[in-house]
Design a protein around this ligand. Structure first.
Ligand SMILES: NC(=O)C1=CN([C@@H]2O[C@H](COP(=O)(O)OP(=O)(O)OC[C@H]3O[C@@H](n4cnc5c(N)ncnc54)[C@H](OP(=O)(O)O)[C@@H]3O)[C@@H](O)[C@H]2O)C=CC1
Ligand SMILES: O=C(O)[C@@H]1CCC=N1
Length: 275
């Protein structure tokens, strides 16, 4: 059970997904505060989820609080300068979801010994189906690791990384991945409409096919390749469709993940805020 005070810096898509997931899992509104420059955005979240809106950077926090950084990577230096003071308080944990920003850079901008966990969640967190990778610096104690794990587990599956360098690959896969799947859904829907289906039927069938297949793969001991073979009769319709996918899909996936990982490395490279 999560009993800590949790403060979100940022009131955008990722903060919203995590707050929704945490509230769904029974974290109380009293435990959660959200800060963002826009009063409209932070008050909208406060009202929707029954949490507290924080107008400025906190100066003190209760022992064992967690500060979740959910603003953009490019703002992190200026934000840390304002929030640095709260990390002098006992046990305050800094949990970042910022793409690309390495924990060593965060440590350099807070006190060197600050407890910092870097993570990469994804937006299915908003329905409790997130995938989050976590990396803890040596300064993070066991209780703090458990807290970070409990927060992210409350919105889906978690995976600890022992090598922080892998975070760029994770960001390219599961962090950005929901957008790839949604683009795939759009493409399937559009293609089905071209084949004569009406749009609502095309959307519903495409969505249930992706959902059902993911559930089947998650429940099965067979590999995706073995399950694919079960669908594919020799000389049948699937084989005809797969031939078209096979020609482009694997090289495309490699290019897409390489480009996203490269962007992750670039986002983290800046020592100071950059556009
Ligand atoms: N979206 C995603 O799928 C994922 C995003 N991430 C990471 O999550 C983080 C947030 O991304 P996302 O939610 O998409 O971005 P959004 O643009 O939706 O939200 C960014 C939020 O940061 C706030 N902000 C801007 N400046 C400050 C500041 N000085 N102090 C406090 N808050 C500030 C904005 O405030 P205001 O409301 O006032 O404009 C806004 O609420 C990023 O670091 C991203 O890399 C990680 C995994 C997945
Ligand atoms: O596009 C981005 O930068 C963020 C990080 C992972 C998903 N969205």
């Amino acid at each position: 059970m999560i009993t800590q005070n949790i403060v979100f810096i940022g009131a955008g898509n990722m903060a919203r997904a995590l707050i929704a997931g945490l509230r769904l899992q029974g974290v109380t509104g009293e435990q959660i505060q959200v800060h963002a420059p826009s009063i409209v955005h932070r008050d909208a979240l406060a009202e929707e989820f029954g949490i507290r809106s924080l107008p400025a950077a906190a100066q003190r926090l209760p022992t064992n609080s967690v500060v979740i950084y959910a603003a953009k990577p490019k703002q992190i230096s200026s934000v840390l300068a304002l929030w640095r003071q709260v990390f002098a308080d006992a046990g305050v944990l800094f949990l970042s979801v910022a793409a690309g920003v390495g924990s060593a850079r965060i440590a350099a901008e807070l006190d060197a010994g600050s407890a910092i966990v870097r993570s990469m969640p994804n937006t299915p967190a908003q329905v409790g189906a997130g995938a989050t990778a976590l990396y803890a610096r040596d300064s993070v104690n066991t209780a703090q690791r458990q807290t970070a794990a409990a927060i992210m587990s409350s919105v889906g599956q978690i995976y600890w990384l022992s090598d922080e360098l892998l975070m760029d690959a994770v960001t390219a896969l599961s962090g950005s991945g929901p957008a790839y799947v949604l683009l795939f859904l759009e493409a399937l829907e559009d293609a089905a409409v071209l084949q004569g289906l009406d749009r609502p039927t095309a959307r519903a069938l495409a969505l249930q096919t992706v959902l059902g297949t993911a559930q089947m793969a998650a429940a099965s001991v067979l590999s995706p390749t073995e399950l694919r073979h079960q669908v594919t009769s020799p000389g049948g319709t699937t084989a005809a469709g797969l031939a078209a996918w096979e020609e482009h899909l694997r090289p495309l996936a490699q290019r897409a993940l390489a480009a996203a990982a490269e962007r992750s490395r670039a986002l983290g490279g800046a020592k100071k805020d950059v556009p």
